[in-house]
Structure formats: structure tokens, C-alpha cells
Design a protein around this ligand. Sequence first.
Ligand code: G6P
Ligand code: ZN
Length: 564
Amino acid sequence: MENSPLQVLTVATAPYPDQRPSSSGLRKKVSVFQFKRSYLHNFIQSIFSSIDLRDRQGSTMVVGGDGRFFNRAAIEVIVQMAAANGVGRLIIGHHGIMSTPAVPCVIRKYKAIGGIILTASHNPGGPDGDFGIKFNTANGGPASEAVTSKIFQISRTLEKFAICPGLRVDLETLGKQAFDLENKFKPLTVEIVDSVESYANLLRNIFDFAALKDLLSGENPIRVRIDAMHGVLGPYVKRILCKELGCPAISAINCVPMEDFGGQHPDPNLTDAAELVDSMRDGSFDFGAAFDGDGDRNMILGKHGFFVTPSDSLAVIADNIFCIPYFQHSGVRGFARSMPTSTALDRVAKATKIEIYETPAGWKFFGNLMDAGLVSLCGEESFGTGGDHIREKDGLWAVLAWLSIISTRRRSVEDIVKDHWLKYGRNYFTRYDYQNVDLDAVCDMMEDLEIMIADKTFVKQRFAVKDKIFQVEKADNFEYTDPVDSSISRNQGLRIIFSDGSRIIYRLSGTGNDGATVRIYLDSYEKDLLFEDTQVMLSPLATIALKISQLHLRTGRIGPSIIT
Ligand code: G6P
Ligand code: ZN
């Protein structure tokens, strides 16, 4: 019967041992979620069970994803399980799509207790690609370590899950749908929302849209090229940059979200966004940007493809922060960067006497500082930049931040960056990634490295490459004590800091999926040699980094898989 209440079932299951979410969620091959019996159900149940029943019952939750393969199928299950777990109202993105930065905005707008984001960020999509599930809490940001470990603990002993298998939600029609459930359960309301509009509203309150409109479509407009890489941001770019700010259609490329991102890696870097870089070479565009699959990462380019490193981008935004009206009103409480990010931001903080925090890699660490009102702007070398308007990094926000600076200063991207180096000196920064290497080999390498750098004799040791001599000043395994809740995060990367401020950092990636990924970060500071080639400038440091770690010998590789 059509109108009879929907049945709520409890289904027996067996736990999986490998459902430990990181701050960027649980990421696995699509096939794991799709074909391992109840794998998806188990994890979703663990999320719901981690929320106290009193908080969960009748609560509002947000659901959306980056549109990758399995997005829709997963949403159907999540809705059925949310209903059976007592959630009262679900706010879901139109077609099941919502960018990662839009999720916190919608969580706050609807006063939700949290949100479930279906994304594997910049990892490839499609049936053979990756899928991921991330849980954000009421502040809008990724769940804290305490919450993610609770989810993991529950998943390890899970014996049953609750579901309403007959519930079918229509993701195509904006507006409310109500579902009656049997027994004691209250009805579930599902609201399909236009997250683009909510998010656009947020940006309107941060930036001067009239000035941006003038810059992009006024008398002497600059020409921009924005690559959504077939990720979730396509509709946001079209609505905000083209429709509202007047950019011509040629400004927006790859703006149709695709389940497999057109077969590419939806990752904004010089290698994966080669199409954008190529289209900028001949100088037809003054400003370029690309985003990742879920829209939180960004890459900024100037005319002829002039590359702004994420670390420089952060420092430049910090130095020009009052070009953004939001900060004129709210003031600037502090800056933060992840440990591997170059220290360019530190120089701005010092000059402006604004407090700076150094956190482990992972956006969640910033969220805590922002909630406590300590930080207003933060960023990471991994192409993440954002303000305290939400608790995620925000790709489109970064683009509008840059456009605001250009609009105020009336200088090109390249000039703005070069001015910055002239003012502060330059941090040359690069990252070597060794992907899909043998986990045991690199764990041994990290262990041996740690023993070596922990030895008292390591400090003051000198390394000479050609005419350069580096003397170790400090070396450790980075450990972070959160100034707000005093929680301690250990093992966050091995650091070697030299007396001239140069740094070598070794870290294992927490987001890769095939084998292990080792990252080596190289950061050096120059006061006078400002316009040299990054790889040439950092080659002595790279030689030392490889020599100390014996990385090539241990992994059988002859070079990094990717250099950013
Ligand atoms: C995700 C997080 C970032 C973090 C990055 C680290 O993108 O959202 O905040 O910096 O992962 O990735 P990694 O692969 O280096 O662990
Ligand atoms: Zn992302």
C-alpha cells in the first residue's frame, strides 16, 4: 500500500576491521563500498551510533557529495539508514551534489548536528576509482579525532544496522518530501536544496561583488580561465563567476560534473591541470584557477601560466587581507599554516604582529583554532586556503580572495607575487611525492630516519653540497599540542631544520590509496636571489634529503612520481 508507514528493519552484520576514518574520511576503492557485503551500511551505522541517541533523535543532518561514481547509490542508503536511526530532517544537495565548502555553510544555515560528505577529494573517480565518506560535525568542519576514533571503535564490533529499505528519495526535485515510518518513529522530512544559492549568499557577505563584477566584466575587464576539472564546482563557477559576476562563457571550462571526472585526476596542480596551464601559456588569460573534485582545493595561476605556490598564495592573501571586506569588518585574529607549508606566512605574521600557529597537516586542526576565535586565515601547501567563514578549505573563496587583491591593487598576479618577494624575501618550496611505494620499506626508512635525527650528535652536523653548507639546528618528529583543548598529536612528520631556516620534512601521506606515499618537503629562504628557478635553488637540499633517507635505495625508485 502506498501510504502505509515504511518498515524499519534491523539487519545482522559482521564488523570490518579497516573502517578507521581519517580527518578526510574513510577512503577506499569504489568496489569495496559497492561489493563488500554491507561495507557501506556498517560505516554509516557506525557514524550514526557515534552520535548520542538524544542528540540524534529528531535532529537535522546534511548530505551531499562531489558527484563521483556511487554518489547516488550511497545517498539512497544513507537516507534509508538516517530514517531508521531517528534523524528527523535531512538536507540534501540537488542531484545529491554539494561541494565540500558548501556543506559547512548548509550545516550552519539549517543548524544541523552534522553532515555526511561523499567524496574522495582529488582521488580519481569512476567504477575503478576511489570513493570516500566524511563526517562533519555541528561546527561545519571535519569530525575531531575523538569522534573519528569513536566511529572506528564502534565499527570494530558492529553486529547490526537499522534501515528503512522501502524509502525512496527523489533527488531531482527541489523542496520537501515527507516519509512516514512505522512504530514509534517520527516522520522523516527530506529537503532537497540549492546549495549553490546558499553558498553564493555566503560569499556575497564576504566579498565586494560590485567591485569584482567591475573587474571581471566592467570597462577594462581581466580575462580569467577557471577549470572545475569536471568536479563538483562546475555549477558554482557558472552561477557565481559567469552569471553573477559576468565572466564570459570561455572563462569556465570542464564545468559539467562527471562521475569519473572525465577520466582525469581532479587535482589542481601543474601536472593534473595541464589543460588549464596550456591554455594560459599564450597570454590570452590574466588569471587562472583550478579546483579539485569536491571543490576545497585551489591552484592559482597568473598570465602565461605563472604559478603561485600554495604557500606563497597564503602569504600574499595574508599580506593583503584587508582587500577583503569580511576582514575589514571582523578583524584578523591570527594566521595558521600546516607544518610542511613554507614559512612565508611567518614573515607576514611577524611584520604585521599577528599571531601565527603551526599545526599538523589536516584542516581539522585549524577548525579548533577558529572555533576558539584564535585564527582568521589559514592554509596548507597541499593547495588548501581558507578563512574562518566556514570550517573547510574553500577553493572558490581563494579565487575571489585573489580577485579582490587584483581589483584593489590593480596589479597582475605575477607583479603581486614578485612585490611580495621583494618585500619579504622568498621561500623556495617544493614537494617530492613517491607514490605507491612499499609500505614496509618506507616504514623502516622512517623509523631509521627518526633514530638518526633523534641522536644528540645529529644537531650541529654539517652537510655540504657543492658550495652550500647546511648545519642542522633542530630535528624532531613533529608533535602538536592543541592550544585550545590540549590534545596532543604525535608522529606528524620528521623535520630537519637548518641554521639558515631551510627545512627538510619527511611525511607519509594519510590520503593515498595504493600502497604508501612518501612526501619530502623542501623549503628554503632567500633574501636576495628572488627570481631563480625553484628546482635549481632547492637541488642541494634535495640531494641531502635523499642521501640522509636513502629513499631511492629503499624503494627501488629513481625519482619522485610527481613534483609540486
Ligand atoms: C586532505 C586534507 C588536508 C590535508 C591533506 C593531507 O586533503 O583535507 O587538510 O593537508 O589531506 O594529505 P596527505 O596525503 O599529505 O596526508
Ligand atoms: Zn578536496
